[in-house]
Write a protein that binds this ligand. Structure first.
Ligand code: FAD
Ligand code: 2HG
Ligand code: ZN
Length: 471
């Protein structure tokens, strides 16, 4: 190990190989569920350095955990407790490499923080639409490795749909130069889409070519109260019908989730939540004009009101008001964290079955654990719910997880299966869902995934213990 550490110092400089000092931000997961111990935190600046690090680790038989912003919700980016894994932090690889305005693409290092990519695009008059609550710290490498979703998927798709090319250091330390900006390329297996969503288990993403879009001419945002999920789904249908492709965000938030925001961040002033089981935040992005967008949007809201789909609504009158509404939605995760640990589920269900799923699963949970609180919110436009479960009043949050996490997961995931859904719509598998995946994923799919893992990472050194174990 001493030899390896010396070699790593030669590759990146001794300042960028940390073995002592405060390593908490690298070793503890965002939710504060686990803390691991790294052999060293190594922070390269270039792709060539990453390739040399991987070669040195392969030679020494030492495994690597790639890390971007360490905002994983599924304990995917921290080392285990053995003290034998290299934590490879991509944060120093943070250059915007180039922008091609005609091709509508931007090429960035994988350690670029998402918000910096959004700003770089905006500076030259374009939109990079991926938007997450963690955008001030998560990185493009992390976004692609988890195929992140967020709040604009209904219009622009997941991270996968926003990526045209990748540069990857493979598990043997070779560099795959796949930074194409092509929208059409049918030359064999789709390697890009293999690495996207692989959570660092197949190789290290060092750069990406991302799609840019024209900035919308206008954005309209509304917050509406609905009495139940059936009505929220009706509103979604009406929004698709009225706005067409202009619909760019459709989030639903349950009363209990909004109550947490109100409790922990009263300055955010949550509207309409006290008298309504659910609220919906919807957004239209129009490429024509403010007046065109507003007319369409007001028609939608008036129809929804007269058809008794919504009971009340506010339409943002300024960019500042719209931002304030989005801030409420984005702070649900922070409000949950302030409350204490809870059991998180980032599931997807066909939109047409969500109301029935929630009614059925809510009843089973409250039957099993009297007083359990359901923090239900999420990206309804994509059929993706954060169906989280919190301890009943008076019960310690950590104890609640210790005693009930497994049975609640089983209950929820059995219902997800029954309703034709997925156990992870956006956060990925990480360490937390490895066993769950084995149980719920199609056996043939699991077998193929193991073959891929074995073929691309034969020594099982890339983020081992996450997603899937090799055969
Ligand atoms: P990390 O947490 O550092 O890593 C995540 C995974 O990717 C790990 O398995 C890691 O090993 C791997 N990895 C990281 N970088 C690389 C690389 N360069 N090459 C190979 N593997 C790599 N997620 C959503 O999808 N939608 C949301 O709306 C959303 N909202 C969030 C809000 C908050 C407040 C928080 C804290 C998290 C949220 N997340 C959301 C989860 C998280 O932010 C995303 O999963 C994000 O994409 C992770 O990026 P990261 O850079 O922090 O990755
Ligand atoms: C979101 O949509 C994130 O805000 C986090 O995916 C969800 O806190 C959560 O469970
Ligand atoms: Zn989400």
């Amino acid at each position: 190990m001493k030899d390896l550490l010396e070699e790593l110092k030669t590759i990146v400089g001794s300042n960028h190989v940390q073995t002592t000092g405060d390593l908490l931000r690298f070793e503890e997961d965002w939710r504060k569920r686990n803390r691991g111990k790294a052999l060293a935190v190594v922070s390269p600046k270039t792709t060539e350095e990453v390739a040399q690090i991987v070669k040195a680790c392969v030679q020494a038989n030492v495994s690597i955990v790639p890390q971007g912003g360490n905002t994983s919700m599924v304990v995917g980016a921290i080392p285990n407790e053995s003290g034998t894994q290299v934590l490879l932090s991509l944060q120093r690889m943070n250059e915007i490499r180039s922008i091609d305005a005609e091709n509508l693409t931007i090429v960035v290092d994988s350690g670029c923080v998402l918000q910096n990519v959004q700003l770089a695009a905006e500076k030259v008059g374009f939109l990079f639409p991926l938007s997450l609550g963690s955008q001030g710290s998560c990185t493009i490498g992390g976004n692609l490795s988890t195929n992140a979703g967020g709040t604009q998927v209904v219009r622009y798709g997941n991270a996968r749909e926003l990526c045209l090319g990748l540069e990857v250091v493979t598990a043997s330390g070779d560099i795959w130069h796949g930074l194409t900006g092509l929208r059409k390329d049918n030359t064999g297996y789709d390697l890009r889409n293999l690495y996207i969503g692989s959570e660092g288990t197949l190789g290290i993403i060092t750069a990406a070519t991302l799609k840019l879009y024209p900035l919308p001419a206008a954005k309209l945002t509304a917050w509406a109260a609905v009495p139940n999920i059936e009505k929220a789904v009706k509103l979604l249908g009406l929004a698709h019908q009225t706005l067409g492709p202009a619909l760019s965000g459709f989030e639903m938030m349950g009363q209990f989730a909004l109550g947490l925001v109100d409790q922990h961040f009263p300055q955010l002033r949550v509207p309409l939540w006290k008298d309504s089981a659910y609220c919906v935040l919807l957004e239209a992005s129009d490429s024509e004009s403010e007046s065109h967008a507003r007319a369409q949007f007001e028609t939608l809201m008036q129809t929804a009101f007269s058809d008794e789909i919504i009971t009340d609504a506010v339409i943002a009158e300024s960019i500042a008001q719209a931002k304030a509404l989005w801030l409420i939605r984005e702070n649900i995760t922070m409000a949950q964290a302030a409350q204490g640990l809870n059991i998180k589920h980032d599931i997807s269900i066909p939109v047409s079955r969500i109301a029935e799923f929630v009614e059925h699963t809510d009843a089973l949970i409250t039957q099993k654990i009297n007083g359990a609180k359901i923090v239900n919110f999420g990206h309804l436009g994509d059929g993706n719910l954060h169906y989280n479960v919190q301890a009943p009043l008076g019960l310690d949050h950590k104890d609640f997880l210790k005693i009930h996490e497994h049975e609640i997961n089983t209950l929820v995931y059995d219902c997800v299966k029954e309703f034709g859904g997925s156990i992870s719509a956006e956060h990925g598998v990480g360490s937390l869902k490895v066993e769950t995946l084995k149980h719920y994923k199609d056996p043939t799919a699991l077998h193929l995934m193991r073959l891929i893992k074995g073929a691309l990472d034969p020594k099982n050194l890339m983020n081992p213990g996450r997603v899937i174990q090799p055969e």
